[in-house]
Design a protein. Sequence first.
Length: 335
Amino acid sequence: MTPVRRRLAAALASASVLALAACGNSVSAEESGPAPAVVRPAAVTKAANCKDGLPPVASFAPGSITSDPASVKQSPTMARIKKAGRLTVGTSGDVLLWGARNPDTGQLEGYDIDLLKAIAAKLDVPIAYKVINYGQRLPSLEKASVDLVAHTMTINCARWQGSDGQPNAINFSSEYYPAGQKVLVRADSRAKRVEDLKGQKVCVPAASTNVDNVAKMGLDLVELDVVGDCLVMFQEGEVVGITGDDTVLAGFAAQDPYARVIGDPFSAEPYGLGVSAGDPAFTRFVNAVLEEMRSDGSLQRLYDKWMADAVTGAAPAIPQPVYGRDVDRLGRPKS
């Protein structure tokens, strides 16, 4: 049994009540070749461009900013980090493989956690973790209660742009993982795709893109703020399935031997790190760190460490960055 499999067998998703402080250790760097192009299922529809004419995954090119914090000027986030002497982050506490508490050590671990450690290492500061749910991700950045969010968060135009009804727009880093939405059912279920669960109760994380993706599929949706609670309802027989990102469902399937993930992804869920809307300079810094992690193979090693044993079907390739974002043309609501 591999170390990852042992972790999967032992770990259970925790309630989101953890607030820890830990040092930011860098991800090891080894030489590797360039990352291949992203491969997405043909059935997944390409997202429409945002109001500035660019795709949702477009971000800000690092330009003159490097992974050296001294290269960052005029950044309120960087100033806040320097004053506090730490990087305060919002992340998950109950998503196995991405952000969950290890029951043996009590420490948060996962793909997003290692990514945050790599950024903190460049800043040479410790991390203060704030465990938040899906609905708290954007407001936490708007209120500056966190400096950065790593929380299996989909990059989309609505979050870049904001609206009068949802004014808390944010900036995104370049894409670091290409997830997709699937559905988890019991092992003995006859369902082969999400449409087979029409009219039945299916749990979905509230305030996520997952809700919109299945809104017109005829499911009896049960929306919960804490995604880990969906697994509890599923195991207690209160819902017949869970729909969400394949990354999250992979962790659930690892915890429950009587569950399985079915079908191909029916949406594209590109993950990005969330930054305050008013801080393009810090966004560029994060993108510079991600550039290094792509080129030295660190992002690939994160996938190998956390997801290689859990993913069913073809392994996704590390996404290449898209740049050229024009904030002035996004039509963000005036503060």
